[in-house]
Each structure stands twice: as structure tokens, then as C-alpha cells.
Design a protein around this ligand. Structure first.
Ligand code: ATP
Ligand code: MG
Length: 438
């Protein structure tokens, strides 16, 4: 026996029938994006390591310990599997001068990679939907990207304020953060005995990160820490107020969470998360905010921007927990082919049916031929199809095919002519009230 090679830990195969849930979700996502005028952007999965180190910040969970970084053995280039989508989108925007004619509303869907401890809702390869709105400074687009998430919840049958909750904060501008930083360091120094090793290390490099700690004792100290919200100047305050005004006008329930800081350094002003209490510790389904400094930090012309990333696996877990995923759609027709000679005419007929939108599956032959009618009918039934289409010798000799309803409450079996398949194809579509009758 040859030794079996298993997949990489924390990186999952996505198998049928679950893969149908992904198809459904991604279709809903693309449909919402199109209605909102967002354009797709696809960047490579691998980027230069420096992009993330500079873009996300050295003292962040991702850069310190979660990146899949390696050296390209063929040319020595330091590369990293993308841990998030924003840095790559910004790089591409700069590289292709995408903002030359004005702002852009972009979205992406794809895999991300982080070396974390795998557990429910946390994987080493996972998938995100994200949007990035580049080139506009105003609170209007901040509110828009949040409303877009709400539209997506609605599309998927989730109710904001019940299934998912919006949390909002402002990180202000760099000068406001600098003032807050001093107060924060003083607070943490006074409680140094409660801090873990990581928090102590970050205390002087990136104290804001300490607020994001998952360690219970550190969280307790973070609870009483000075709030960045209290350090906002009038402009930052006005920006936050304007976002809130739109959310309130659009009846989006939200909570101000003064400790919400997000995991990357590039954010300023508006930050937000959509959280759920259905998924335990992995409760953040979607997170985002404004990142006005990132374009310049990555070598581009300064340009304001706002965006979010949403974890598809977590969203599916939530939808599953709430029973909101529609059952997979079965085929309309399963073609039964008792004799190998019927294969070609069956294929010709199915071509026409599929062109008319009918979901049609052909019984595939095994090594011993197509198998008995009985076993084929068993397969037809198991497929969930509403009709069997029998390409028997008698029927074919008469230029016909037998349509046999497989589910209760349908019409009796009948024959159809093969000469005019297109004329009865539509009667096989779901919801067609003539139930197979041409
Ligand atoms: P967390 O605090 O749970 O680690 P994060 O702040 O690192 O999340 P982001 O970097 O903001 O998450 O990514 C946006 C979304 O991507 C998260 O809200 C989550 O839904 C999803 N996500 C992040 N990391 C993972 C992962 N390892 N596995 C699955 N989904 C993830
Ligand atoms: Mg994380």
C-alpha cells in the first residue's frame, strides 16, 4: 500500500452537498453587489511579504504570528499567502492607477490564510467576502458600506438586531490616538501585574492592541481603560455623528462599543463589527472601517478609503445554526437508459432540455452496462428528481420517450415526441403548473 497523503491541517476540502451552500451564498453576494454598483476585483493569493508587514503593522496578531510566509526557492523573493484582502486591493489600486478618474466601489470573494489554532469558525485557509470603497472621504460611504452588509443579511434571511448585531466605534485621527496612547500606557502600567506577556510586550509598541486581547485578565483591565472616544476632536466627532445619523435614519440598530479596535493598524475614524452570540468565541462575522492612511503608507497618492471583510465560514455556520439555508435544488429530470443503444438519442434530448433551463441528469453506465430498469429507477428516486425520462426501445422505435412522475401529486405518466422536445421542455421546470403535460 502506498502511504496516504492527507490535506494540510486547518485547510478544508469543501465537498458536496455542502458546496451547494457556498454556491448559493456566493450568488446572493454577487447579486447584492451588482445592485449596489460594486465592481469585482481579483488579486493574487500571494503577495510580497513587505506588503502585509507595512500595511497591517508589525505589532499585530497577523504579522507577528499568523502569516504563511516563505521564500520563493527559485528567485529568493519573500512572499506571503494573503491573510486579508485590503492590502492587496490597495496595492493593485496604486499599481493600476484605479483612482485616476475618481473613486471606486470594489468587492472580492476568495481564500485567506492565517496560521491560527484550528477550531470551529477558525481555520488556516478560510474565505472572505470584502468590499473596499476607495477615493471618498465622507461619512456617507462609511454608512453605505454598513448598509450594504445589512442588505446582505436581508438577502440571506438574517435579521439585524436579532441574529447579528452592529457595533460601532471611532478610532479618531493619528494625533487623537497619540494623546489617548499616553493615557492608555499609564493605565496599563498601573495594572501591569494583571497583564500577560503579550500585553506587556505590546504596551509600549502598540498599546491599542492590548484592548483587543482575548486574555480574560487583560480584558478586565481593558474594561476600565481610558476611552479613545473621549479623545476625539470636533471633526472626528462630527464624522462619527454623521455616520450615526444615517444609520438611525435607515433604522439600523447599533451599539457604540468604545473598546472596539479591530486587528490591523491601518484603521482610523469609523470602525465596526457585526457580531453574533450564536458562534461562541468566534462571534465576529464581519469587521471593517475607514483606512485613510493606507494608500500613502503603501507608496500611493494619499486617498481616503473604507471597507469590510466578512468570514464566509462563520456566516454559513450562523445560517446553519438558524436553519436559514435553503435545501439544495434537485434535478428536474433523471434520464433512464435501459440499453446502450439509447445513449446517443438520450444525450441529444437532454441537450435540448438543458438549453430550456431544465436540470437534467443522465444515468451513467457501469462496467456491466447501464444496469436494470429497477436499479436505474432507484437512482432516479434517490437523485430527488421530479421526473424520470425513460428512453426504452419501444418508445424510441416510435420516436418518443416516456415521462414518469416520481413524486406524489403529479400527473400520470405519458409519452412525448422526440421530434419537438423544445415544445414540452418548459413543462418540466419547477413551478410549471402543467406538471410534465405539454
Ligand atoms: P478574530 O477576532 O475572530 O480573530 P479578526 O479580527 O482576526 O477576527 P478580521 O481580520 O477582521 O478578523 O477578518 C474579518 C472576518 O474574517 C472575521 O470577522 C471572521 O468572520 C473572518 N475570519 C478571520 N479569521 C478567520 C479564521 N482564521 N477562520 C475563519 N474565519 C476567519
Ligand atoms: Mg484574528
Amino acid at each position: 500500500m502506498v502511504e496516504r497523503i492527507a490535506g494540510v491541517k486547518g485547510m478544508n476540502d469543501l465537498l458536496p452537498p455542502d458546496s451547494a451552500q457556498w454556491d448559493w451564498l456566493e450568488e446572493r453576494v454577487r447579486s447584492v453587489m451588482q445592485r449596489w454598483g460594486y465592481q469585482g476585483l481579483r488579486t493574487p493569493i500571494v503577495e510580497p511579504t513587505a506588503l502585509f508587514v507595512r500595511g497591517l503593522g508589525e505589532v499585530t496578531d497577523i504579522v507577528e504570528k499568523e502569516m504563511y510566509s516563505f521564500v520563493d526557492r527559485l528567485n529568493g523573493d519573500p512572499l506571503t499567502l494573503r491573510p486579508e484582502g485590503t492590502a492587496g486591493v490597495v496595492r493593485a489600486t496604486i499599481e493600476h492607477k484605479l483612482l485616476y478618474e475618481g473613486g471606486k466601489r470594489l468587492y472580492y470573494v476568495g481564500p485567506m490564510f492565517r496560521h491560527e489554532r484550528p477550531q470551529k469558525g477558525r481555520y488556516r485557509q478560510f474565505h472572505q467576502v470584502g468590499v473596499e470603497v476607495l477615493g471618498w472621504p465622507g461619512p456617507d460611504v462609511d454608512a453605505e458600506v454598513i448598509l450594504l452588509v445589512r442588505a446582505l443579511w436581508k438577502e440571506l434571511g438574517l435579521q439585524e438586531g436579532r441574529d447579528v448585531h452592529l457595533e460601532l466605534n471611532s478610532l479618531g485621527q493619528p494625533a487623537e490616538r497619540a494623546a489617548h496612547r499616553q493615557a492608555l500606557i499609564a493605565h496599563f502600567e498601573a495594572h501591569a501585574s494583571s497583564l500577560d506577556e503579550e500585553a506587556l510586550r505590546r504596551l509600549h509598541t502598540n498599546p491599542l492592541r492590548v484592548l483587543d486581547s482575548k486574555h480574560p485578565a487583560v480584558q478586565a483591565v481593558a474594561e476600565t481603560a481610558p476611552r479613545l472616544l473621549d479623545f476625539l476632536g470636533p471633526e472626528s466627532q462630527a464624522h462619527l455623528d454623521a455616520v450615526r445619523a444615517v444609520l438611525e435614519a435607515c433604522a439600523v440598530p447599533y451599539r457604540i462599543n468604545p473598546r472596539l479596535v479591530r486587528g490591523m493598524d491601518y484603521y482610523n475614524l469609523t470602525v465596526f463589527e457585526w457580531v453574533t452570540d450564536q458562534l461562541g468565541a468566534q462571534g465576529t462575522v464581519c469587521g471593517g472601517g475607514r483606512y485613510d492612511g493606507l494608500m500613502e503608507q503603501l507608496g500611493g497618492k494619499p486617498a481616503p478609503a473604507v471597507g469590510w471583510g466578512l468570514g464566509i465560514e462563520r456566516l454559513l455556520l450562523l445560517l446553519q445554526a438558524l436553519g436559514r439555508i435553503p435545501a439544495p435544488v434537485p434535478p428536474d429530470v433523471y434520464a433512464i437508459v435501459p440499453d446502450a443503444a439509447a445513449m446517443a438519442p438520450a444525450m441529444v434530448t437532454l441537450e435540448t432540455l438543458r438549453q430550456a433551463g431544465v436540470r437534467a441528469v443522465l444515468h451513467a453506465a457501469g462496467e456491466q452496462g447501464p444496469g436494470s430498469m429497477k436499479s436505474q429507477f432507484r437512482k432516479a428516486d434517490a437523485s430527488g428528481a421530479r421526473f424520470a425520462l425513460v428512453f426504452g426501445g419501444d418508445e424510441l422505435a416510435a420516436g418518443e420517450v416516456t415521462l414518469k412522475p416520481l413524486r406524489d401529486g403529479q400527473a400520470h405518466q405519458q409519452r412525448h415526441s422526440l421530434a419537438d422536445v423544445a415544445s414540452w421542455a418548459a413543462s418540466l421546470l419547477p413551478g410549471s403548473d402543467n406538471q410534465g403535460l405539454a
